[in-house]
Design a protein around this ligand. Structure first.
Ligand SMILES: *Cc1c(COP(=O)(O)O)cnc(C)c1O
Length: 371
């Protein structure tokens, strides 16, 4: 196996799921988003682990992601968060995926595909209450719910919305979330007044799970918390749920070498030794998911101490300054990020992005090892 690998601590995932369950309260269903290969952690193993712990459903973004779960023998409901193309609907129906629908055309297309296969499928109505992405306007919800209910091949299994700023503690953002939830409630009331059953009602992503108790409804869909990170990059929310990072990316020193004062390392000569020192080569680069923008900015953990990455991060390799007189041996392991070392959240902060992008960015060629 490669020196560079991602250890997936399933126990941490289970603990995080336990925290989510506790916060959601008894009787509430949990949908575990496993889109983007479970945020880089491996969709099948994460899905199996979540279902064994009592999760009700899984969430994916593409029909292909749903197919991977079904091929692995997973029978639980799989919600398809994004709109599929017409040509994908036959496969969607044969896989028994549950699409989000948000307009008459998407309802009719799903109904036709189901009829063609001689099957009935369940769809969830998606209402746009202020995220501004997929979803119908709240005032259209009742009519669309009726359209689904009247279709002989469709069942309305649920009604959902998605929140834009639920992870923010700012007063203005909290008010915006409240307004989103108000519009959602109005749409639900209109549906109920028209005698339509909205099915499983769900809205809460990770941020809402922690900060908006009135967003929990029948089911929650927290993703990033389950993988051990806060949805907000910022500080006040950190530690609100005691979750632990699930992924640890490791590599090993493939070469140790002496570097003399004045010598430069790697492309562009962005780092020059200011004294005689010892450097190590790690076979991990931006193609593995270690962002090149972290060149000269990141630290790896070796034998319990941090050492800086020096020079440009290359496609497949990078360099570490082990310091003058280092006695660290070749092949020693280095933790690039994970619990107890630099975290995806810290890397994201350096880069002006979110931890999601760091874990999703760990490339397929990095083997996942489950522990
Ligand atoms: C990704 C996603 C989620 C999970 O969001 P987190 O911020 O990771 O909790 C929930 N619902 C939908 C529709 C999503 O696309």
């Amino acid at each position: 196996m490669r020196a560079t690998k991602a250890i997936i601590y399933l126990d941490n995932f289970r603990e995080n799921l336990g925290q989510v369950k506790k916060r959601a309260g008894p009787g509430r269903r949990i949908c575990v988003p496993v889109k983007a290969d479970a945020y880089g952690h491996g969709a099948v193993r994460i899905a199996e682990t979540a279902l064994a712990e009592g999760a009700y459903a899984l969430g994916v973004a593409t029909v292909g992601e749903g197919a991977e779960l079904r091929r692995a023998g997973i029978r639980a409901p799989v919600l398809l968060f994004s709109q599929a193309l017409g040509e994908e609907l036959g496969e969607l129906v044969s896989l028994d995926l549950t699409p989000f629908v948000s307009d008459p055309e998407s309802i009719d297309m799903a109904g036709r595909a189901a009829a063609l296969a001689g099957k009935t499928i369940t769809a969830h109505l998606k209402i746009d209450t202020g995220m501004g992405r997929m979803g119908c306007r709240p005032e259209e919800a009742a009519d669309l719910a009726r359209r689904i209910g009247e279709h002989p091949r469709l069942l309305l299994g649920g009604t959902a919305t998605h929140l834009a700023v639920s992870d923010s503690w700012e007063a203005e953002d909290r008010a915006y979330t409240k307004a989103q939830l108000g519009r959602f409630q109005e749409a639900l009331s209109a549906m109920k007044a028209a005698g339509l059953d909205p099915g499983i009602i769900h809205a809460a992503n990770s941020g809402a799970l922690v900060f908006h108790e009135d967003a929990l409804f029948d089911m929650v869909r927290p993703g990033i918390f389950l993988y051990g990170y806060s949805p907000a990059g910022g500080s006040p929310l950190e530690g609100e749920l005691p979750v632990k990072p699930v992924m640890e990316v490791r590599s090993a020193l493939a070469l140790i070498k002496r570097v003399r004062k004045g010598e430069s390392l790697s492309y562009g000569r962005t780092w020059t030794a200011s004294e005689d020192t010892v450097a190590g080569v790690l076979p991990i680069g931006y193609a593995d998911g270690l962002p090149r923008l972290l060149s000269n900015k990141h630290r790896v953990l070796i034998q319990g101490r941090f050492y800086p990455i020096v020079g440009r991060i290359c496609m497949d390799q990078c360099l570490v300054n082990l310091g003058p007189g280092s006695t660290i041996p070749r092949w020693e392991e280095a933790v690039v990020f994970g619990p107890g070392a630099e975290t995806a959240a810290g890397m994201a902060r350096q880069l002006g992005t979110i931890s999601y992008e760091i874990t999703c960015g760990v490339n397929k060629r990095v083997p996942r090892i489950y522990q």
